[in-house]
Design a protein around this ligand. Structure first.
Ligand SMILES: C[S@@+](CC[C@H](N)C(=O)[O-])C[C@H]1O[C@@H](n2cnc3c(N)ncnc32)[C@H](O)[C@@H]1O
Length: 370
């Protein structure tokens, strides 16, 4: 009864607040004016988000974050660097200033703004901005994506393993592994800070990419812990080469195979799945979890690390950004902790616990034991 009343009141409020008369009243009434302004700005920002992203793309394609990190530059220096005419450069700089990418450091002298500082030297963000150019094209007709009318997308072609696991060209595997690796370094440190890896006999990282995560683990655990990466054959080859470049080929083994059909290396007592499950639909996740459960030592644990749906403060990243990224990519989805828990129980895990983490809006952790 109380719920129905609240719902009716909320529906009534929707109508009142959405009426042009109320908006005019709120904008003119001193107590409500700041709220009205905030709301109208929030709506505009949401509508204009794609423009802001394209300003960001222009700013990074012109390599301005790194140039301005070296030292602030005069307008003339920026003209010489960008080869833009004065009007267009001024327009770009004004937009970049409005988005806190640049700040004025003197008369017509430009340095980094607060967001620009976060961006400069940030290989992960810079490469994702460029990668988003393809994602942006895929989102051109969102209804076609939602109704599955748009069959092929740039992202689906890029992340080829979503539709086929055999014969992924090594060149493509190396390319996507590099992109993953750039965002992996910071995240790996967060995961290892949040979850103790020491004291294990054998850690197996399934879908481990080029080995960035296990490299970070290797720096924190002793030689008594064996480290194995498992990924598609083309990716495992990339990992082997990259580990060898760092002299880590004897410390971390890389095994190639398909996680749905190939045998996993013997009895690991910790299996990690870092940003793997959300790429796949339940019909892939179910057998994968079952196979991991069967391979795990009786005293072992599985650690899932990825963004999760309905995480307070992370809704925009998990549900809006990743929700649509995975839609464009194929059939993956961001799951809630409860959805993960249900799939883990089905796979035969019984002691399942979400762990507290430092950056839950980026990545959350669930530990599952048999
Ligand atoms: C999103 S990437 C994550 C890589 C890494 N864990 C990270 O967080 O950077 C997913 C990984 O799963 C691997 N993968 C996808 N399907 C696979 C399969 N059927 N068997 C083995 N690995 C697979 C991909 O090759 C890719 O390296």
């Amino acid at each position: 009864m109380r719920g129905a009343l609240m719902a009716a009141a909320a529906a009534y409020l929707d109508k009142v607040i959405a009426s042009p008369r109320f908006r005019r009243f709120a904008a003119g009434f001193p107590v409500l004016r700041p709220v009205a302004r905030r709301r109208s700005k929030a709506l505009f920002d949401l509508m204009a988000g794609f423009v802001y992203s394209q300003v960001l793309l222009a700013f990074t394609r012109l390599d301005l974050p790194n140039l301005l990190l070296e030292k602030p530059r005069s307008f003339e220096e920026l003209m010489a660097w960008t080869q833009l005419d004065a009007d267009h450069l001024r327009r770009l700089l004004k937009a970049a200033k409005a988005l806190d990418l640049v700040s004025y450091r003197g008369p017509d002298i430009y340095g980094l703004g607060t967001v620009g500082r976060d961006l400069a030297n940030n290989a992960a963000a810079l490469s994702m901005i460029e990668h988003h150019a393809g994602f942006y094209a895929d989102l051109n007709d969102p209804i076609a994506l939602l109704t599955s009318e748009q069959k092929s997308t740039g992202l689906n072609d890029y992340w080829r393993y979503v539709s086929e696991t055999e014969a992924i060209p090594e060149e493509l595997a190396a390319k996507y592994s590099t992109l993953m690796s750039q965002s992996q370094e910071g995240l790996s440190e967060e995961i290892i800070d949040d979850y103790t890896m020491t004291g294990r006999r054998h850690i197996l990282d399934v879908g481990g990419g080029d080995g960035t995560f296990l490299r970070c683990v290797a720096a924190r655990v002793g030689p008594e812990t064996a480290l194995t990466l498992f990924d598609l054959p083309a990716v495992a080859e990339t990992a082997k080469a990259r580990l060898a470049e760092r002299g880590l080929e004897g410390r971390i083994s890389a095994v190639g195979g398909d996680f749905l059909t190939s045998d996993f290396p013997d009895a690991p007592d910790l299996v990690t799945l870092v940003r793997v499950l959300f790429d796949h639909p339940d019909r892939t996740v179910r057998p994968l979890l079952g196979r991991i459960r069967a391979a795990l030592a009786p005293d072992g644990a599985l650690l899932i690390a990825e963004p999760m749906s309905e995480t307070r403060g992370g809704e925009r990243i998990a549900d809006a950004y990743f929700g649509f990224y995975l839609l464009a990519m194929g059939e993956g989805r961001v799951r809630t902790v409860d959805e993960h828990t249900a799939l883990l129980k089905e796979a035969g895990f019984s002691r399942i616990r979400p762990l507290s983490c430092r950056m839950p809006h980026m990545i959350r952790l669930i530990e599952a034991r048999p």
